[in-house]
Design a protein around this ligand. Structure first.
Ligand code: SAT
Ligand code: MN
Length: 625
């Protein structure tokens, strides 16, 4: 790749320099391909200045100061929460917007029935209009980033332009951002271009609002050209394009083409008292406790659980033939509500300082609070909207999708191999969802293909992470419903194919399904969850090394009587029975529901999964007699 010296194109203004933006430096080399792309965007989006992000701590400091000046964030009390900030978003910009997320492929069937499809040329024309002049009066930040440890065979690169300094500091935490990534691109690494604008151009002299955004929003993926365009939102996955848009939607397409897997999974390292460590990958929909599980303090003496990732995993078959995985991210964008001293003390510790909180409540002494941080709310708070709040006011103090953004390195439970460029060897894969009824606490798949069937048929109750009616049940296969960049049926086929390759090369990991959320007749959760979920992992590991027994049921293998360690739990016999009850009648309704779900994919559906469905139906009917 040819390199050009950037200073001739430096467009950073003097006023920019005042707030700390670095002018393009003579000693940096800018990949020509990136520069040409940026030049085209400057012409079209018409920013007032351009700032090439170097990723230094000085730069981060300057950006944070700028955000304080703009009123986007406020600094928390440094004695209570050192170097931490609170952002309050616009009330209309609080979650991922699935209805405005598009996959643009020539053939609608390549996007599939679970994605919003748009014809690429038509979408390009639409975006062209929307983005014209959209950065007027603002600075365009050019943000090079790496997903995965630089130097790993799995590391992938991208460059996002954005007019939101809040988004820049967020990318700074969530990825390896700056000069090192740019240097890798300069050395020839391919990169994904991502264009982001909050869609709020400023007229000369116009005063800015604290959280600029636009009521019209787009999150658009072009899988064929591996491009991302996002407009109108500064929130989470809508705007940190390295995350869901790249590391899942675009990466899933790369993974299909290159023979690996890009998944919505946490990664943990589990060490039983024996001292031999196991690595597990687990897929759950957004806001179903992935971060809590990734940072679990096990309620089992002598057990250790360490964190590798809490949201995204890239898996591949290593040169040793083993299934390996990395966490492509470098930080956590976790749901704050429900993260508390009792439920996730590790996360609470990780958030001691250097954290950006978004849409949580503020205490009168300048710290943060959210529902579930402690049992009792402080007597007075400023809520996520910036209004005075007292307990019993009828609203929540924090938004249900309030978030913290913190570096992975700051997590006390981070594993020593969390950023190993070679990844970690995966021993088991877990699929989970939020199900009040029907689905047992844990089930082991009969084999890989049955595991793929389990993944493909996961359903979950809607959470606040995306727009929609909370609690409504939806099929969320592999927890990838909003994140698969191509036809989900082809994605199932890719998983089946991957299993065939794994079988040829090495030991195939076991697959399990879990449900921490089953409820009793009185509507309360049957299983204590959190640290006690380690008991389920204990059973799984026992299955791996052959020390725990299981019984065969129509839906898979369940722990045999006494095989799950419930010692010391306040769990009566009825609750235990209910946790594992498989009602064939109710499950036959599931089967019908799955059948209609599969039917939406028409003949793209892999026949192996239809076969699995037939087998399940036959086994359930046999049970009924
Ligand atoms: O807003 S994000 O997409 O980053 C988080 C999530 O929904 O999982
Ligand atoms: Mn997620």
């Amino acid at each position: 790749m040819t390199l050009i010296d950037r200073p001739a194109l430096a467009t950073t203004t003097d006023s920019e320099t005042e707030v700390g933006a670095t002018a393009a430096r003579a000693d940096r080399s800018y990949p020509a391909e990136v520069s040409t792309w940026v030049d085209g965007l400057v012409e079209h989006l018409q920013p007032a200045a351009v700032h090439w992000v170097d990723g230094s701590t000085r730069e981060r400091h300057d950006l944070l100061q700028l955000l304080v000046t703009n009123g986007t964030i406020e600094q928390l009390n440094p004695d209570l929460r050192p170097y931490s900030f609170l952002a309050r978003s616009a009330e209309s910009d609080v979650a991922r917007l699935e209805s405005r997320t598009f996959i643009c492929t020539d053939d609608p069937a390549d996007a599939g029935p679970t994605n919003n499809w748009r014809e690429p040329a038509a979408m390009r024309a639409e975006l062209d209009e929307v983005f014209r002049g959209s950065m007027r009066g603002r600075t365009m930040y050019v943000v090079p980033f790496a997903m995965g440890p630089i130097g790993s065979p799995m590391a992938r690169f991208g460059v996002q332009v954005t007019d939101s300094p809040y988004v820049v500091v967020s990318i700074g935490t969530m990825t390896r951002m700056g000069d090192a990534a740019l240097a890798a691109i300069a050395r020839g690494a391919s990169w994904v271009p991502a264009v982001h604008s909050v869609g709020a151009p400023l007229a000369p002299g116009e005063t800015d609002v604290p959280w600029p955004c636009n009521d019209t929003k787009y999150i658009v993926q072009f899988p064929a050209t591996r491009e991302i365009w996002s407009y109108g939102s500064a929130y989470g996955g809508n705007a940190i394009l390295a995350k869901k848009a790249y590391a899942l939607r675009i990466a899933s397409v790369m993974a299909r083409d290159e023979g690996w897997l890009a998944e919505h999974m946490l990664l943990i390292k589990v060490t039983p008292p024996s001292g031999r460590s196991y690595h597990l990958a687990a897929a759950f929909p957004s806001a179903c406790g992935k971060t809590n599980m990734a940072m679990m303090t096990p309620n089992l003496p002598g057990w250790k659980i360490e964190t590798i990732g809490d949201d995204i995993a890239w898996l591949w078959i290593g040169s040793d033939g083993r299934l390996r995985a990395i966490n492509p991210e470098a930080g956590f964008f976790g749901v704050a509500p429900g993260t508390g001293v009792r439920t996730n003390p590790t996360a609470v510790d990780a958030l001691w300082g250097n954290t950006i909180f978004t849409n949580v409540a503020r205490t009168d002494d300048g710290d943060v609070w959210w529902e579930g941080l402690s049992d009792d709310a402080p007597a007075h708070l400023t809520d996520w909207r910036g209004e005075s709040w007292t307990p019993g006011s009828g609203t929540t103090a924090a938004h249900p999708n309030a978030r913290f953004t913190v570096s992975a390195r700051q997590c006390p439970s981070i594993a020593d191999d969390w950023d190993d460029p070679a990844g970690v060897v995966i021993d088991a894969i877990i699929f989970g969802g939020r199900r009040a009824s029907n689905v047992p606490l844990v089930v082991e798949a009969r084999d890989w293909d049955h595991g793929v069937f389990m993944g493909a048929t996961i359903a979950s109750e809607q959470t606040a992470a995306a727009e929609g009616t909370v609690g409504e049940l939806r099929r969320d296969p592999f927890a990838m419903l909003p994140f698969a960049g191509y036809n989900m049926a082809d994605y199932f086929g890719h998983w089946l194919d991957f299993g065939r390759r794994l079988r040829r090369s090495a030991r195939v990991p076991r697959v399990f399904q879990v449900n921490w959320f089953r409820k009793g007749a009185d509507g309360s959760f049957l299983w204590p969850g959190f640290g006690d979920n380690a008991r389920v992992l204990e059973w799984m590991i026992g299955r791996l090394d052959g020390t725990r027994t299981a019984v065969d049921t129509p839906i898979g293998s369940l722990p045999a009587a006494g095989a799950l360690n419930v010692e010391g739990l306040d769990l009566d016999a009825d609750a235990l029975t209910e946790l594992f009850r498989v009602d064939p009648e109710a499950f036959l309704h599931e089967v019908d529901d799955i059948e209609s779900f599969f039917a939406t994919f028409g003949d793209r559906m892999p026949s192996e999964l239809s076969r699995q469905l037939d087998l399940l139906r036959t086994r359930l009917q046999a049970e009924l007699g």
